[in-house]
Design a protein. Structure first.
Length: 338
């Protein structure tokens, strides 16, 4: 089969890869669409995602949709449209029984966090455990279904924040996750959503989702203490400080955006004096199921997708996806009809 393989910094190759054979508890899926995630961008442009360095050829991709090619059990018929929960959970720990996404020693599709690396889905076929497979609702397209994983990340942030119904919500950073968080907050009944970014392109896309207010940071700042909840999606310390100032006393900040390793400069004195709750968010638990329901019922999520590029032009796709001014979610179409 064909696959897109990262060998190191800015070294992405289309190459032949052995077509995998499923075992009894596995399913082989023909991949249709793969979204480019921030971690994929780091692996390609830097050769590493934080501390996770590409040490052997890595097929990226965990934002996926496709159709069943072969299920040894016969439970899933060929052609069944599906997406994935891309995590393999690790070892349960006391107190974490209901939070398998936090169990240590887990794995994630398209990740260099362990050796051998966990291969992802930017390939013609992918093998997955049956428990990772999610059937699509009847009317949900494969294209939109590729948003299920990143939307689940956004929904997990909303859940960690304690929900947004009837609340004034600030979304800090309007990249793909921020756009999905804003759209999800609107769908979940937020009374008002304001989105921020440092460039105008993402804010224009946020407005197409129905976001009521947008702020271009550097020229505009949120009013102090004017939000109940902030969904911080950039992972930039200055943006977190903006959220600390903007959230009301006893408000909540859900930290969805990943930060770099090591110490970070933050306005913690203000956070303490306002009794703001800063809550970490890591990937998601089971929110992918809710994501599929939302995607099936709400066409606004299509506005998050800005580019659909053939796998034959994958290098160009990775370049475009890095440019926040011009791109939201970039989808790679995996060799259709071959």
């Amino acid at each position: 089969m064909k696959a897109l393989v990262i060998h190191g910094k800015q070294d992405l190759r289309e190459q032949q890869w052995k077509t995998p054979e499923p075992k009894g508890d596995e399913v082989r899926v023909r991949i249709a669409w793969a979204g480019i995630c921030g971690s994929d961008l780091h692996y390609y442009h830097e050769g590493a995602n934080g501390a996770f360095v590409v040490r052997e050829p890595l097929i990226p991709g965990h934002e996926l949709s496709g159709t069943v090619d072969f299920d040894p059990s016969g439970e899933l018929a060929p052609g069944t449209p599906v997406t994935f929960h891309p995590a393999t959970f690790g070892e349960c720990q006391p107190g974490l029984e209901a939070l398998p996404h936090l169990w240590p020693k887990g794995a994630y599709l398209g990740s260099a966090s362990i050796m051998p690396h966990t291969q992802g889905g930017m390939s013609e076929y992918l093998i997955a455990k049956r428990g990772m497979i999610r059937r699509l609702p009847e009317n949900l397209s494969l294209r939109r279904a590729a948003l299920a994983e990143p939307l689940a990340v956004a929904l997990h942030g909303i859940n960690v924040a304690g929900g947004v119904e009837g609340k004034r919500v600030l979304v800090c950073g309007s990249g793909p996750i921020g756009l999905l968080a804003a759209a999800a907050a609107l769908a979940k009944g937020a009374s008002e959503v304001t989105a921020t970014d440092v460039v105008e392109g993402p804010l224009k896309r946020a407005r197409t989702l129905g976001v009521q207010h947008t702020l271009l940071i550097g020229e505009q700042t949120p009013e102090p203490e004017s939000f109940d909840v902030a969904l911080e999606c950039s992972g930039v310390p200055a943006s977190i400080d903006t959220a600390i100032r903007a959230v009301r006393r006893a408000g909540v900040i859900a930290q969805i955006g990943m930060m770099g390793a090591g110490p970070q400069p933050l306005e913690l004195a203000l956070l303490i004096s306002k009794e703001i709750q800063l809550r970490g968010c890591f990937r998601f638990n089971d929110e992918v199921d809710d994501a599929l329901k939302l995607l099936n019922s709400d066409p606004r999520f299509d506005h998050v997708i800005t580019h659909e590029i053939s796998a034959d032009n994958a290098v160009e796709a990775f370049k475009i996806a890095k440019n926040a001014q011009v791109s939201g979610k970039v989808l790679i179409q995996i060799w259709p009809g071959e």
